[in-house]
Design a protein around this ligand. Sequence first.
Ligand code: EPU
Length: 314
Amino acid sequence: MLRLTADDRKWLSGAAGGSVCYGEPMSRHTTFRVGGPAEAFVTPATVSDLSLLISGLKERKLPYRILGGGTNLIVRDNGIPGVVIRLQQCCRGITVESSNSAQTALTAMSGENLQKLCVFAMRRGFQGLNFALGIPGTVGGAIRMNAGTALGWMSDVLESLIVLDPSGRMNTISKADLRVAYRSMVFPDTCNAPENIIISGRFVLKSGDAGAIKSEARKILQQRRQRQPTTLPSAGCIFKNPSTGKTAGELIDLAGLKGYKVGGAEISLKHANFIVNTGRATASDILMIMAQVRRIVYEKFQISLEPEVIIEGE
Ligand code: EPU
């Protein structure tokens, strides 16, 4: 269903201060390579353009969503009504704020690539971000999802965040005020969470030895390649691990579902908690597999798997 009137489009084309595309296929912007069109797809050039854009959208009561790296996202085949905003141009840069012999504080803008941040830290001997090696996506997306592995989570190294609210105010939220959990980082109630946009994160990293960090990095990346399908499009792990007992991957594997296919989507033979796009998958193929997996795992083990991926659109 379309949300933008001709007048909205006219305003948007003038107000965005960056690029605006209409009907942009989201399959170009998700790592699953599926998803219908965003009604409007905006890439603001600067943070002040972004600020003007979201206050205008709010005034016009137009729906918007922020796109990170599109790495943990399934966009349905009919696309997303309203405005999708991409931060990779307006929120760029990594800056060392302060450094002493024990630790370094640095700020990474939310549109930066998470891998770029890991490499930035590794080269300078700043320790603590290796856990994130191989996790695709942007810094902002990783913060919002509290991305992590068995080796660490974003919340381990994050000190504070700067967020932009729809009235154009920048607010700092310290880690102590965030509710941090497995795969989530919830803003305080005072902060009108869904409408705030993460602009940057401040991280504190310990001083280490660049050579040792690099050789640890090599091992981590190698293990990831061994255990996870890294060559076909996917959205990483599809379901959250249950809080106790077997992991989602183990449950799906034990249910005999590896290799299960719908259209062009397939449960990876390498890791059962990954669905891969073998070439021509649609979002509905993937969603159908997810529904089947949930049903079969529930029937066999009486465990309800919860999606880790975010599902958007119509
Ligand atoms: N396993 C199976 N069959 C499978 C896959 C895994 O039996 O098909 C078993 C493994 O043998 C192992 C256990 O399940 O005993 C756990 O597997 P793994 O070490 O691969 O970890 P995971 O719990 O499946 C989690 C995160 C990953 C993260 C890895 C590495 C979740 C949902 N997944 O996977 O995160 O990369 O640990 O630390 O928390 C993601 O969030 O997108 C993601 C991939």
